[in-house]
Design a protein around this ligand. Sequence first.
Ligand code: FES
Length: 196
Amino acid sequence: MSEPVNTSRRRVAIAAAAVPGALTGAAIVAPFVASLAPSERAKAAGAPVEVDISAIKPGEKLNVEWRGKVVWVMKRTAEQIASLDKIPASQLTDAESRKSSQPAYATGATRSITPDLVVMEGVCTHLGCSPTAKLSPGELGNDWVGGFYCPCHGSKFDLAGRVYTGSPAPTNLAVPPHKIAGTMLTIGIGQDGKEA
Ligand code: FES
């Protein structure tokens, strides 16, 4: 008889490593994230992942694994949230096209349930490389307000994962279904409680 698949939610323990915020111009380093080692079969089954977000400070980003992909969980500062409005719509490629395939909360300028906490896949929508955080304003030119840069072919994304016009990536970074209840984020379940 085959072993039953463990589909219970995985809880991710966040360990240490506070990081200075982007306001200082310092590079952001993703804090260490430890997983409670789910079974390979549970991973394959795509069990939802729970993350305690209470320890994430403004300007910090965590890397969490969900369904074999890296998911970024980032708490944006007030300045980073404000930066999203500074980017003209003409500089953004994908304002509308993913509405049908993304959670409703991923379609506004912040692409998030709450203005500060953004949850998105750290996977470039061109050919799947992992973009690099370039969070400091001016880091990629005078009009750069902070975001992510894919070194493979030069795609640029803002701090909501919106792709800049002229990038080879055709669409924004994907926002996985997720919900927030108090200090607990669950990736893989929508706000309606339905599992993705
Ligand atoms: S894979 Fe990111 S730009 Fe090509």
